[in-house]
Design a binder for this molecule. Structure first.
Ligand SMILES: NC(=O)c1ccc[n+]([C@@H]2O[C@H](COP(=O)([O-])OP(=O)(O)OC[C@H]3O[C@@H](n4cnc5c(N)ncnc54)[C@H](OP(=O)(O)O)[C@@H]3O)[C@@H](O)[C@H]2O)c1
Length: 284
């Protein structure tokens, strides 16, 4: 009997969650899609019966926002139906269900950080599928927490920070959008917040990101600067009006509820980025 079962454990966040449970000495079962496919209700039930966890953290997802537009059925199968399958299995096994969601459930027009109680209005397929996942989790699993996060990067996956780092080798100007604002979040810091929420008795929705916010071009400038590349090679550019999928322009999340729960507050996004680049040997 493991205390925590992580689904989608081979992904970017799943890998850092495993590291954090290990660091805290928590007995954990990590499962990838081959071991438990969340789109199959029988897989979810069988896995929970075998492991008998106290807490399930569901990181399994279709996370490619662009390709979700061309694969809505597959996206909904994992992000919405899969979330529901896991939630029902948790309810049946009387265990706590933690579901990872996204700032993309909002349309980005509030012009202030979103509260957990603000009305969602997703503008793309990925956001719609995650919102439907939230609804199924809150409907099916009485003991649940939904954790909305944003702009993730980490050691174990393709992400914006790694893409910008790769571009610096060209020493050529790079256009980056300057009209999308959010809170870049290191999966290592998020893993700590997730475990603090998971191990608490609190239910409902939490927002969890590194603190502070920036635009994508500001984030890219800091990546170049910290990596020893001229930040002026980053050229700010507006989002194309025809860009598909649409993305929220300002999806900052208010994390006050989380702050009341964590022993240590989430570091600010620039400090986190510097720590991450140092960790992967890219800080000059
Ligand atoms: N990345 C971000 O910027 C971001 C922002 C906000 C919220 N989130 C949310 O945070 C969570 C973790 O994201 P991440 O960036 O760590 O994603 P990720 O790296 O894409 O990991 C997702 C994992 O889910 C697995 N998976 C896919 N289909 C599955 C299925 N049917 N059954 C079981 N596992 C399945 C994937 O396996 P394969 O690789 O083998 O398909 C992968 O290991 C997700 O819920 C995501 O929606 C992410």
């Amino acid at each position: 009997m493991a205390q925590i079962l992580i689904l989608g454990a081979a992904g970017m966040l799943g890998r850092d969650l495993q590291r954090e449970t290990e660091r805290r000495g928590i007995e954990t079962s990590p499962m990838d899609v081959a071991e438990c496919d969340v789109t199959k209700p029988a897989d979810c039930e069988r896995t929970l019966e075998a492991i008998r966890p106290e807490i399930v953290i569901n990181c399994a997802a279709w996370t490619n926002v662009a390709s979700a537009e061309h694969h809505p059925e597959e996206t909904f199968a994992i992000n919405a139906e899969g979330a529901g399958n896991v939630a029902r299995a948790c309810a049946h096994a009387l265990c706590r269900c933690i579901y990872l969601s996204t700032d993309f459930v909002f349309d980005g027009t509030k012009n202030a950080p979103y509260l957990e109680t603000d009305a969602p209005n997703p503008v793309n397929t990925y956001g719609k599928s995650k919102l439907e996942g939230e609804r199924r989790v809150s409907f099916s699993a009485p003991n649940h927490a939904i954790i909305r996060t944003a702009w993730l990067y980490g050691q174990h996956g393709p992400n914006f920070v790694r893409s910008i780092l790769a571009l610096r080798h060209g020493q050529r100007p790079v256009e980056v959008v300057n009209d999308q604002m959010g809170s870049p979040t290191w999966t290592r810091h998020l893993a700590r917040a997730i475990l603090d929420i998971a191990l608490s008795k609190e239910t409902g929705i939490f927002h969890a990101t590194n603190s502070g916010s920036c635009t994508r071009d500001e984030q890219a400038r800091l990546i170049f600067e910290l990596a020893g590349t001229d930040p002026d090679l980053i050229h700010p550019a507006p989002t194309s009006p025809d860009a598909v999928p649409q993305r929220p322009a300002d999806s900052r999340l208010s994390c006050d509820r989380l702050s009341g729960l964590m022993a240590e507050p989430m570091p600010d996004w620039a400090t986190a980025l510097e720590e991450f680049l140092t960790e992967i040997g890219q800080r000059k």
